[in-house]
Design a protein around this ligand. Structure first.
Ligand code: PLP
Length: 454
C-alpha cells in the first residue's frame, strides 16, 4: 500500500541542498529610473569613492548593480545553513479561529540564532568586510535586533564589533545587550561620549534617550574616522534588501510545493528589509506582467513614513552625515514615540520600497500598537509562536484581510513574513496585559509641521 501525501501541507520545509545560491536584485527589473543618492555637502550624485570609507567595495558595487542575480559566496552559504532554509507554515489554526475562507501562510525567520531575519544580511556584510581586510565593524541598533545579528555575524567571520545602542533600549531591554556581549561585541548607550555627534547631543540634551538617527550618526563617524573600521547598516540600503531576497526565493519554492501562489504578500516595515526580502521575488513576476499579486507594507501609527510621510530627498541620520536619498520620510529630525516595536522606529524608508510605493506596486497601511498586540496574542494562542512586536504588525493586517475575505466570500492566498520571535519582548506583552500600553498616533498638525519642514 502506498502512502499518499496529504492534500494540505501545513509545514513545508526545504532540504539544506535546496537553499537558494543567489540573491535577486530587483534593480535589474524596475520599469522606472532610480534616483541617485546625493552627497551631503555638494548635493551632487555620489560615486563609489564617496562610500569607500564606510563600506567594502563589493557592497558598494552591489548597491548600484544592474545584474539580476548575484551569487552567494560559499562561506556565506555555509553560515546561512546554520538556520536556513527556514520553514514555511500554513496558519490553519488561525484560519479556523477566524472562520476565514482565505488561506494564510507565513515564512518564519525567527529560527536564526539571533531570532530574526537580520542575520541574512549580517553574515554577508561581515564576509565581504573580512575579505577586504576590515578588522572592526561599527553599527547602531535600536531595540537590539540588528546589533545582535551583527555581533553574531562578526563572531563567525572573526571581526571586532562596536554597537551604538539607543540609550532607552540599552536601559529597558538589557537582554539584547547581553546577547551581543555573549557573541563578543562592545555595546555603548547612544548618545555616547565617544563621538562628536554623541557629545553634541549630550551637551544640548543631557537627558537624551537617543534615537536611531543619532546612533547612526555615531556609528558612521566611528567608521569614517578609523582606518580599521567600516560601517554596517541593517536595513534601507539596496544591498541589504537584496541579501534578504533569499527569504522570498525559498518561499517561492515552498508555495509552489504547497500548490498555492499568493494573491497578497504582507510584511511589516521599519526600513523595509524583511518585507522586501519576502516580496521582491514575487514582485519580479508582477513586474513582468505574469501575476497580479498585491503587496502590503505595514507600519506603526507612531512612525507612518509610507502612509503619511513625504517622498523626497532626506538624510538617513540626525547628524546629516549620510548621503541624501529619495524616500518616504517624516524628516531626519523626527524622533518617534517609544512604542514597543523598536525595529519600526525609523524616520525614513528604503528607497527601493519608496519608489515601488510611489509607482503603485506596493500599498501601505498603519496600525496603533494596542490592536497590533491583540493580533500578536491571537496568533500566539492559535499558532503557538510568540511574534516579535514588529512582526505582529503584519499579523494585524493579515487578520483584517482574512476577515474581509470571509465577508466578501473570497478565498485569497495570503503570505506574510513572521520576521522574528518575541521571546525577548515579553516586557511589552506584560505592559499590554497590564493595560499600560498607549496608542500614540501623530496628529495632522504634527505631520504638517514635520513634512512641511522638508
Ligand atoms: C528590525 C526588525 C524589523 C524591521 O526592519 P525591516 O528592515 O523593515 O525589516 C522587523 N521585524 C523584526 C523582527 C526586526 O528585528
Amino acid at each position: 500500500m502506498s502512502v499518499r501525501a496529504p492534500d494540505v501541507a501545513n509545514r513545508i520545509v526545504l532540504d539544506e541542498k535546496e537553499m537558494p545560491t543567489r540573491w535577486y536584485n530587483i534593480q535589474a527589473d524596475l520599469p522606472f529610473p532610480g534616483s541617485p543618492p546625493l552627497h551631503p555637502g555638494t548635493r551632487q550624485p555620489i560615486g563609489p569613492q564617496d562610500l569607500a570609507p564606510l563600506f567594502p567595495m563589493e557592497l558598494i558595487k552591489q548597491e548600484v548593480s544592474q545584474e539580476r542575480y548575484i551569487d552567494i559566496p560559499q562561506p556565506v552559504q555555509e553560515a546561512l545553513r546554520l538556520w536556513r532554509p527556514t520553514p514555511l507554515m500554513r496558519a490553519t489554526r488561525l484560519e479556523r479561529e477566524l472562520k476565514t475562507t482565505a488561506k494564510i501562510y507565513y515564512k518564519y525567520e525567527g529560527v536564526s540564532p539571533p531570532g530574526s531575519h537580520k542575520p541574512n544580511t549580517a553574515v554577508a556584510q561581515a564576509f565581504y568586510n573580512k575579505a577586504e581586510g576590515t578588522k572592526r565593524l561599527a553599527t547602531e541598533t535600536g531595540a537590539g535586533q540588528w546589533g545582535s545579528a551583527l555581533a553574531f555575524a562578526a563572531r563567525i567571520f572573526d571581526l571586532e564589533c562596536m554597537v551604538y545602542m539607543v540609550r532607552i533600549s540599552y536601559e529597558q531591554k538589557p537582554y539584547r545587550k547581553s546577547m551581543m556581549q555573549v557573541w563578543g561585541a562592545t555595546v555603548v548607550p547612544s548618545p555616547s561620549e565617544l563621538t562628536n555627534a554623541g557629545r553634541k547631543i549630550r551637551a544640548e540634551h543631557p537627558d537624551s534617550t537617543g534615537s536611531l538617527g543619532i546612533a547612526i550618526s555615531e556609528a558612521v563617524e566611528d567608521a569614517a574616522t578609523r582606518d580599521d573600521t567600516k560601517y554596517s547598516l541593517g536595513s534601507v540600503l539596496n544591498h541589504v534588501l537584496m541579501h534578504q531576497t533569499i527569504i522570498g526565493e525559498e518561499a517561492m519554492v515552498q508555495m509552489e510545493r504547497a500548490g498555492a501562489m499568493p494573491d497578497l504578500v504582507v510584511g511589516c516595515v521599519g526600513g523595509g528589509s524583511n518585507f522586501s526580502g519576502l516580496a521582491f521575488p514575487f514582485l519580479r513576476d508582477r513586474l513582468q506582467g505574469k501575476t497580479r499579486t498585491r503587496f502590503l507594507a505595514v507600519e506603526p501609527d507612531a512612525c507612518p513614513s509610507i502612509t503619511r510621510g513625504k517622498y523626497t530627498y532626506d538624510f538617513g541620520d540626525t547628524g546629516e552625515m549620510t548621503p541624501l536619498v529619495k524616500m518616504h520620510t517624516l524628516g531626519h529630525g523626527f524622533i518617534p514615540d517609544g512604542i514597543h516595536a523598536g525595529g519600526l522606529r525609523y524616520h525614513g524608508m528604503a528607497p527601493l520600497v519608496s519608489a515601488l510605493v510611489d509607482h503603485g506596486f506596493i500599498d501601505g497601511v498603519a496600525y496603533p500598537q494596542r490592536t497590533v498586540f491583540d493580533a500578536a496574542v491571537q496568533f500566539a494562542r492559535t499558532e503557538g509562536t510568540i511574534p516579535a512586536p514588529e512582526s505582529a504588525h503584519a499579523i494585524r493586517a493579515v487578520i483584517d484581510e482574512a476577515v474581509k475575505a470571509r465577508e466578501r466570500g473570497e478565498s485569497p492566498v495570503i503570505l506574510f513574513n513572521l520576521s522574528g520571535h518575541g521571546l525577548l519582548d515579553l516586557a511589552a506583552y506584560d505592559a499590554y496585559f497590564a493595560g499600560t500600553l498607549s496608542d500614540v498616533a501623530l496628529s495632522e498638525t504634527r505631520i504638517k509641521e514635520l513634512v512641511g519642514a522638508l
